[in-house]
Write a new protein. Structure first.
Length: 106
């Protein structure tokens, strides 16, 4: 059964002249394991941001469980149905901030 579907997906970042993704079609089956491959800059992270509901297509349809991502409650979708590990996860690297967060007995 298709759980996630992309139809004619195109994406263009604001202020740019070229589409990063052009007319992508693909389906993801329940229980499947998939890899998205491409050279650096090909648009893998952009595609993941659309699949994960962090961003919306410029045109075309992303649907989950038969529901258009534009109509879906994306906060709920992100809380319950999809998880993302970010490529740039921006963890704190400043040790004093981490030490400050360590619980202390007083
Ligand atoms: N916020 C943005 N604004 C404008 N252009 C962007 C933005 N983010 C990414 N791009 C451009 O979109 C294209 C696709 O980027 P993306 O990060 O999706 O590629 P990627 O396949 O994940 O690359 P990598 O393998 O290096 O992670 C690149 O040309 C990138 O420079
Ligand atoms: Mg990437």
């Amino acid at each position: 059964m298709n759980i996630l579907s992309l139809q004619n997906v195109t994406y263009q970042y604001d202020g740019t002249k070229k589409s990063v993704l052009k007319d992508i079609h693909t389906d993801f089956e329940t229980g499947g394991l998939y890899g998205i491959m491409g050279k650096s800059g090909a648009g893998k992270s952009t595609l993941l941001s659309l699949i994960s509901g962090l961003d919306l297509t410029t045109s075309g349809l992303v649907s989950y469980g038969g529901k258009d991502m534009r109509q879906l409650d994306r906060d709920r979708y992100r809380a319950r149905d999809i998880g993302v590990i970010f490529q740039g996860y921006n963890l704190l690297t400043n040790p004093p901030a981490i030490w400050t967060a360590t619980p202390r007995r007083i």
